[in-house]
Design a binder for this molecule. Structure first.
Ligand code: ADP
Ligand code: MG
Length: 244
């Protein structure tokens, strides 16, 4: 297994956002994680990347525990994330945002405006090709539509050359057309890396993931193929029946 979540719980004050969670992700897999708002999906990602540490349990990556490693140490091991809430430099161009993420987590604006250390332009353009944003390279990120901003952040997450890519609601704010393109992008990336994607769009989930994990109230509610999940009464009652 590339990633093993083993009996993980996370408590905030008196409230368990996650409890007793076990999860295994195979190398090369694209896994979807679904569930109602507040189910603990983003908390799971924050535990994997090291923004939070588990109250109980262990998280192993390539067979080794991640507990105690900082987010940047985990990034160096090949774990990257596109957050639910976008995290970009609004006033900079699309290209400069990708160049900054190529410089790495310690990048500062000074690095960008210095004339040296910017050999990364070719690589930045290549990443913009991957996410379909090359023509937008000079656009200010603050003026991008929501969908393009999501693609940019996926490109920025790829800059660290991840083995495990976590995508938190990558189609949020997208129409059907952009959602389909994002599914194609994710499937393409899935040929080279392992992906865990949190999503609400069931058509997206069906098209990208073989296995779907359903969280509810901080615990695993169900897991299986799209057809299994779609017909599972507990999933329908807790989530699907409420209109996604
Ligand atoms: P989801 O992503 O599935 O919508 P989250 O993982 O963001 O859910 O949140 C799960 C629960 O944990 C929610 O009730 C949320 O309010 C709570 N929670 C998440 N992060 C924190 C935090 N830093 N402090 C306190 N409560 C939190
Ligand atoms: Mg969330």
């Amino acid at each position: 297994m590339l990633l093993e979540v083993d009996g993980v719980g996370k408590r905030f004050g008196g409230f368990w956002a996650l409890q007793g969670l076990d999860l295994q992700i195979r190398p090369g897999e694209i896994r979807a994680v679904i569930g109602p708002n507040g189910a603990g999906k983003s908390t799971l990602f924050n535990l994997i990347i090291g923004r939070y540490s588990p109250t109980v349990g262990d998280i192993r990556y390539q067979g080794k525990s991640l507990i105690g490693l900082s987010p940047s140490e985990r990034a160096r091991l090949g774990i990257a994330i596109k957050f639910q809430i976008t995290q970009v430099f609004e006033s900079l161009s699309v290209l400069d945002n990708v160049r900054l993420s190529l410089i790495g987590p310690a990048a500062s604006l000074r690095d960008l405006f210095r004339n040296n250390g910017l050999g990364a332009e070719d690589e930045a353009l290549r990443l913009l090709d991957v996410v379909g944003l090359r023509e937008k390279k000079h656009e200010r990120v603050g003026s991008l539509v929501h969908g393009h901003r999501q693609w940019l952040e996926i490109g920025m997450a790829l800059a660290t050359k991840p083995k495990l890519l976590l995508l938190d609601e990558p189609t949020s704010g997208m129409g059907p057309d952009e959602t389909r393109k994002t599914a194609e992008l994710v499937k393409g990336l899935g040929r080279e890396l392992t992906i865990v994607v949190i999503e609400h769009d069931m058509e997206f989930v069906r098209s990208v993931a073989e296995t779907i994990t359903v969280l509810n109230n901080g615990a695993l509610l169900a897991q299986g193929t799209y057809d299994t999940i779609k017909n599972d009464k507990r999933v329908v009652d807790a989530y699907l029946g409420k209109g996604g």
